[in-house]
Ligand binder design. Structure first.
Ligand SMILES: [Zn+2]
Length: 115
């Protein structure tokens, strides 16, 4: 079974060499995360614990210039970085979706990695 949480963060970035996004600008990002697992006491994972892990990962990005963390911080690369950091924390992440605005998002699924 799968459960998910979402969190928001606000950051600046620029896309080196991009005609429009090459200047520093900001976004209010939204991140959706899904984990999969067997039920233990009726839960895949405590929402509180999942949110805590996600918040700790996003702390590295919030109110920062993301270029200092990721060389080419496109939404796709931010998504991959968040996916990997959550995975390193031992979570069975099956999906991360990063919205850089209401109508633009990038998504990585665990299945994508096995192709
Ligand atoms: Zn941007």
């Amino acid at each position: 079974m799968r459960v998910g949480v979402s969190e928001k963060f606000s950051s600046a970035h620029y896309i080196p060499g991009h005609w429009k996004c090459g200047e520093i600008h900001g976004h209010n990002f939204k991140v959706e995360v899904e984990v999969e697992g067997e039920l233990k006491n009726g839960m895949v994972i405590d929402f509180y614990d999942l949110k805590k892990e996600l918040k700790e990962v996003l702390k590295e990005f919030d109110h920062k210039l993301i270029n200092n963390v990721i060389e080419n911080p496109t939404s796709e690369n931010i998504c991959i970085e968040i996916f990997n950091r959550l995975k390193e924390r031992g979570l069975n992440i099956v999906k991360v979706r990063v919205y850089e605005s209401d109508d633009k998002w990038a998504e990585l699924r665990k299945d994508d990695l096995n192709r």
